[in-house]
Each structure stands twice: as structure tokens, then as C-alpha cells.
Design a protein around this ligand. Structure first.
Ligand SMILES: Cc1cc2nc3c(=O)[nH]c(=O)nc-3n(C[C@H](O)[C@H](O)[C@H](O)COP(=O)(O)OP(=O)(O)OC[C@H]3O[C@@H](n4cnc5c(N)ncnc54)[C@H](O)[C@@H]3O)c2cc1C
Length: 398
């Protein structure tokens, strides 16, 4: 069936032409990626939702290793069973120095998406009140989810599709792209220390930009090496490859290796107000709901935290998105993005200050939105540069 221009004006026509799913679901989750699946898992593990019908829709099978999620958290948690690797110590390099940090009581963890999807599917399969459908959502109109051949209804819809308006208007905000390419490589000889990962290495940069490599050793002869940029333009594919080759050759000192897998992606880093796309019956979630921390691109753990908040809000009769991604941290992020967007060459210096001046544990608490005001000031003051103060005053006195 050919559906076009599926706005409210022709919704009646669509209803007429498309098949209707006769069930009215209590909740629907559109897009079951990191955020949608974590929300679904939270719902099915809470008795409140036992009697609620939940529809999950994704256009994809959700089985590929299309993401490698890294995050920090304290001690052992439910994610350990899915973690490919866990590190207790890290390194940070700039052109002058090497800084090592002990993360204790935190651990840095890697979860690969195929494992997470398989786990989530198994858990969801055990719940009797969840239906998972593969379909391509074209539009959401009120409580209707419009797909090419079927229309579904839900009382409340959680939507992880990024609004078109973001792409049209992001340049009016402080917006960068975190883009990267990584290789899982295997060496013949044991070379790596699997206990320590490299958070950022600024010794190799693309021009004078905020660009670095991070290195995640999985064993003594396997490692994920990823070349990453925080700026406003993607590179031709072969340029990422050439930076990866140079890093492996020059900084890891490895000549013989096999590339076993490739990971590539981009994450929007923006202070665009995603929250304005919530409507009476629709809550935006994930990247589309502003769940990505704009200054860092990290969001896997936010999805954990925000899914819990969403479920608690529903149970307490509040709007599902109440209190999510609207805190003072978004103001700090906006200042941070403002500086990096106007002076992208400052990234090495800024991240050196961030990861060396305050204790790493304070930085993690800050990025996890758990820091005290005093810690916030310590972190923000550690970035003491004129550009920060200018961005700070332009944010508060505009
Ligand atoms: C390669 C990569 C690596 C990353 N690494 C990290 C990391 O190490 N740590 C970290 O914290 N964050 C990381 N991120 C950022 C963030 O955690 C991920 O982007 C995360 O997947 C965002 O979750 P999400 O649910 O918003 O989006 P996704 O996981 O992308 O899920 C969105 C879902 O919506 C579906 N969908 C989209 N449009 C439609 C439609 N029209 N109809 C039906 N379904 C639709 C998609 O198929 C997808 O399943 C990474 C991102 C990428 C791209």
C-alpha cells in the first residue's frame, strides 16, 4: 500500500485504506533500540504493568552487533552478565603526558548490542502481555501509529524516532556530531593489557579538531580501536581508515594484525530542545527524547536511569517524561557545546582538564547527573578558560 503525506489532514483516508489492528494497547514503544528495550524491560519487571498490554514496533530485527556500548557504573550490576569486558583502570593521553586513573569504585564496561538484544528478546518473550511487531512507522497521529499496511492504537506511545525538525533546525542550536569508526583487531602475539583501557588519546588528531582515539583491549591479542571526532562534518570513509592505520602502526606499534569487525556510527550532540516534541499521548525517548548527554554522547546508562524514572512517573500518575533530561546539567552541556562548536581546536585541552583536574569519580558523578552543586563548580572551574566564561555569561545573560 502506498501511503504518502500521512499528516492529520488525511488520517481519515489512511484509516480507510489501511488494515486496523483491533487491539487498543495500553502502551506502545516505537523503535526498540537501547532506550525502547530498556523501557520495555523495566515495564515487564514491574507488577504494575502485569495487566497492561504493551506493543513494541521496530522496522529492524534487532539482532545485529550494530552498537558497542561502553559506560561506567559502580561495582557489579545486572549488566555484568552481558558485559564483553570490564576495566578497573584507564589511561588518558595528550601530546605532553600520559595520565592513568584508578576508577574505583567505578568500573568501565562494554556491552555489545547483539547480546543485549538477545537478552531483551528472551525476557520479553517470557512476558505474556507484550507483542513485538516488525513494521516501519510512518507517522504517529494522536494515539494512532501509522505503518504502510496497518494502523495500531495505544493509549500512550513512546517514540524513539528522531524528529525531522531536529535535522532542519539543529544548526540554530549548539550542535556537533560525534562520529567514529572502529576496528576490532587481532594480533598474532599477546600485546595488550586487558586490564586497562584508553579513554582518549589526543596524540593523533584530524587537523586541529577535537578528535582522538580510544582503545578497548578485550584480551592480550584482541582490541577495539576507534578513531572519533566531535565536530560538524563527517569524513570520507577512507580517512577514518587511514587514521586507524596510523594509530595502530605508530602508537600501538603493531604491524601485523587482522581486522575482524568494523564499527561505525554517529551520535548527535546538541542542545536542541527535544522535549518540545512530547505531546499529550506521545513521549519521545532515547536520542529523540534528549536521553543522550549532549556533551559526551553517552546514553546507555541514561536509558537505564530514565526508563526507571519513566516507569515511576507512570505509576505515580505524572507525565512519563517528568524530570527527565531537563536538569541544570543541560545548561552546563550547552556551555560546553558552545565552546567546542566555536573553538573545536580546544578539545584536547578541555578534555585534559576535565579528566585530570577533578577526580575521575567526580567527573563520572557529574556526567551521571549525580554530583552536588559544589562538585559541579569544581568540574566547571577545572575547565577554566576565557572561552568558557564567555559561553557561561552568554548562556545566563542572553
Ligand atoms: C555505533 C554507536 C556506538 C555507540 N556507543 C555508545 C557507547 O559506547 N556508550 C553510550 O552510552 N552510548 C553510545 N552510543 C549512543 C547511544 O547509546 C546509542 O545511539 C543508543 O542506541 C541510542 O538509543 P535509542 O534507543 O535512542 O536509538 P537506537 O538504539 O538507534 O534505537 C532506535 C530504534 O528505532 C528504530 N526505528 C527508527 N525509525 C523507525 C521507524 N520509522 N519505524 C520503526 N522503527 C524505527 C530503529 O530500527 C532502532 O531500533 C552509540 C551510538 C552508536 C551509533
Amino acid at each position: 500500500m502506498n501511503v504518502s503525506g500521512s499528516g492529520p489532514a488525511n488520517a481519515g483516508l489512511l484509516i480507510f485504506r489501511a488494515r486496523m489492528d483491533q487491539t487498543r494497547y495500553d502502551y506502545a514503544i516505537v523503535g526498540v533500540g537501547a532506550a525502547g528495550l530498556q523501557l520495555a524491560l523495566k515495564m515487564i519487571s514491574d507488577d504494575y504493568f502485569n495487566e497492561k498490554s504493551i506493543l513494541l514496533i521496530d522496522k529492524d530485527d534487532k539482532s545485529a552487533n550494530d552498537r558497542t556500548w561502553c559506560f561506567w557504573e559502580k561495582g557489579e550490576t545486572k549488566w555484568d552478565q552481558l558485559a564483553t569486558h570490564v576495566w578497573a583502570t584507564g589511561l588518558f593521553y595528550n601530546k605532553q603526558e600520559t595520565i592513568s586513573f584508578d576508577l574505583n569504585p567505578y568500573r568501565y564496561k562494554m556491552v555489545r548490542s547483539a547480546g543485549f538484544y538477545a537478552y531483551a528478546k528472551a525476557e520479553i518473550g517470557k512476558a505474556g502481555n507484550v507483542k513485538w511487531i516488525k513494521d516501519d512507522v510512518e507517522n504517529i497521529d494522536g494515539q494512532q501509529i501509522i505503518c504502510p499496511d496497518c494502523i495500531y492504537h495505544a493509549n500512550h506511545i513512546f517514540d524513539s524516532r528522531i524528529p525531522e525538525e531536529f535535522y532542519e533546525k539543529k544548526d540554530k542550536y549548539h550542535s556537533l556530531i560525534q562520529h567514529f569508526k572502529g576496528w576490532f583487531i587481532r594480533t598474532e602475539n599477546p600485546i595488550f593489557n586487558p586490564d586497562t583501557f584508553t579513554m582518549m588519546d589526543y596524540r593523533l588528531k584530524w587537523k586541529d579538531s577535537t578528535s582522538f582515539t580510544y582503545v578497548l583491549p578485550l584480551s592480550s591479542n584482541t582490541v577495539l580501536v576507534e578513531f572519533t571526532l566531535f565536530n560538524d562534518r563527517l569524513l570520507p570513509d577512507e580517512e577514518y581508515d587511514s587514521y586507524l592505520k596510523e594509530y595502530i602502526d605508530t602508537y600501538l606499534g603493531i604491524k601485523n594484525y587482522t581486522v575482524e569487525e568494523v564499527e561505525q556510527g554517529l551520535i548527535p550532540m546538541s542542545d536542541y530542545p527535544f522535549h518540545k516534541h512530547h505531546t499529550k499521548h506521545v513521549t519521545k525517548i532515547g536520542t529523540a527524547g534528549g536521553w543522550v548527554r549532549p556533551s559526551s554522547g553517552y546514553s546507555f546508562k541514561n536509558a537505564d536511569r530514565y526508563s526507571t524514572m519513566t516507569v515511576e512517573n507512570i505509576k505515580d500518575g505524572r507525565r512519563p517524561e517528568k524530570g527527565i533530561a531537563t536538569s541544570r546539567y543541560r545548561t552546563y552541556d550547552s556551555i560546553f557545546l558552545n565552546v567546542l562548536a566555536t573553538r573545536n581546536d580546544l578539545g584536547e585541552d578541555i578534555f585534559t582538564r576535565l579528566y585530570t583536574k577533578p577526580a575521575i569519580q567526580s567527573v563520572f558523578r557529574f556526567l551521571d547527573e549525580e554530583s552536588s552543586l559544589m562538585e559541579d563548580f569544581k568540574v566547571m572551574f577545572s575547565l577554566n578558560r576565557p572561552q568558557f566564561w564567555r559561553a557561561f555569561f552568554s548562556t545566563f545573560w542572553k
